[in-house]
Structures are given as C-alpha cells and as structure tokens.
Design a protein around this ligand. Structure first.
Ligand code: ZN
Length: 244
C-alpha cells in the first residue's frame, strides 16, 4: 500500500487545522458517489476552500485501491460528526449503488486500517462505521438498509475487521531475525503471563535448559523474553538466563 500525500490547502471548510489531540477510533465511510475516483473526491474537498461545506476526510481510497491522504494525522477532518475530535476518517470509493467496495479498495482499506491501528496502539475493535456514530447508512454496504438486515450488515463489517486482524503484526508469527536462544541459569525460574514480576505465574522452568525467545520487553531495567512455546515470559536478568 502506497500513500500519496495530497494535502488540502488549509481553509476553514475542509482543513481547519484543529489539532487532533488523541486518536482512539478509525472511522470508515463510503463516498456515496458511485464510480467517482479518489482524486476527484480529494479535489471536491479542496474546492470547499472557495466557500462551501464543512467536509473532508483524512484519506480517500480509490476503485483501484489507490490511497490519497488529504489531511495530516495530527489535524481534524470534518467527516464523522461528533467523532471528529478523536478519529481518523477514511472515505472509500465504490463502483455502483450497492456501495460495495471493490476487492482492491477493500484490501487497501484493510492495510491502511492495520497501519493506523498499530501507529495509534489500537485494536481492530477500534475501527468504527459512520453508522456507529450517527446511524447514517455509511458505509452503505455495511449498514442496515431495505436491501440488507442489520445482521447481514454487521457480519460484513465483522468479516472486514477479521481481515484487518490477520494483518496486525501482533497476530503474525515472529520475524526469524528476532529469535534468539538463552540458557537458563536459575534452578527454578518462574514463567509469567506477561513481562514483569507482578504478572501472574503460569509455570516454571527447572531444567536449566536452552530455550528460544521470540519477543522481548523491558520492565524497568530488566529485559524479559517471551518463550517460543507461548506459555509466557521469563526474566532475562543476568542471574536468570544467559544469551547464547
Ligand atoms: Zn460517512
């Protein structure tokens, strides 16, 4: 996914430069103008500077999956009503009246959402529809309408979030380069659910064997390592383990 930066000219209607202090949601929209391109929608926002409507979005994704960024991530967009103050907005183009996204658009949307969730330390549950904020049928294909029940609409949205979950780094197998082995020095080394001695004990290592570490974290000045088995974390302090 390549992001093309085509920032709007600052103006009160579409790029008011209000600081976006904290991002807690990623809001998805459909443009509601079938067959229109990403650049056409971006230019529509740009043209509001001449006196128009308070409307814009951080990103527009086109029918071929192209991604245009209209507004920096530390500024408000006018897209999601009362959620403007805490959300990044993404408008998606669509080929017809159903509002269904093309595969290319949806794939870019999933990649962009995964990128933003990691950047702002959020989870897939923090992706919202415009519908969830105001009840507006947006994105249309993921909202209850006379063409689809709430169950069908919600399922489509849930399936999309699952697609994003698969892209999140935390769900991926660790990079081989991050793996290393340690020999356990402590005769009885506690395994904890999370890094740190305050975390729940979930087991112990008593064989002073060699173990593979797949992830690390610092707790104070002490490095902790995640066991490849997935059971939990061990202290990698000098007294407890030696890197091989
Ligand atoms: Zn919307």
């Amino acid at each position: 996914m390549k992001i093309q930066e085509k920032f709007l000219t600052p103006n009160k209607f579409s790029r008011p430069q209000i600081p976006l202090e904290k991002v807690t949601k990623i809001a998805v929209h459909y443009v509601g103008n079938k067959g229109s391109s990403a650049i056409a929608n971006r230019n529509y926002f740009e043209n509001q500077k001449n006196g128009g409507t308070y409307v814009s979005s951080h990103f527009v994704i086109g029918l071929q999956g192209e991604v245009i960024q209209c507004i920096p991530l530390n500024e408000w967009s006018y897209c999601t009503n009362q959620a403007n103050g805490y959300s990044i907005s993404i408008e998606c183009c669509h080929p017809d009246d159903t509002g269904k996204f093309t595969d290319a658009t949806e794939n870019s949307l999933a990649e962009l959402c995964a990128y933003l969730l990691e950047k702002f330390n959020l989870t897939a549950d923090d992706i919202i529809r415009h519908y969830d904020v105001t009840g507006k049928q947006c994105p249309l294909y993921w909202s209850p309408t006379k063409y689809q029940s709430k169950e069908v609409a919600d399922k489509r949205f849930e399936d999309f979030k699952d697609k994003v979950r698969k892209l999140l780094k935390t769900d991926k197998p660790p990079d081989v380069a991050e793996l290393f082995k340690v020999r356990i020095l402590d005769p009885v080394l506690n395994i904890r659910k999370n890094p740190g001695i305050n975390s729940e004990k979930v087991g112990e290592i008593t064989d002073q064997g060699v173990y593979t570490i797949v992830d690390t974290a610092m707790v104070g000045s002490v490095q902790w390592g995640k066991l490849k088995s997935g059971v939990g974390w061990i202290s990698l302090g000098n007294k407890y383990a030696a890197k091989l």
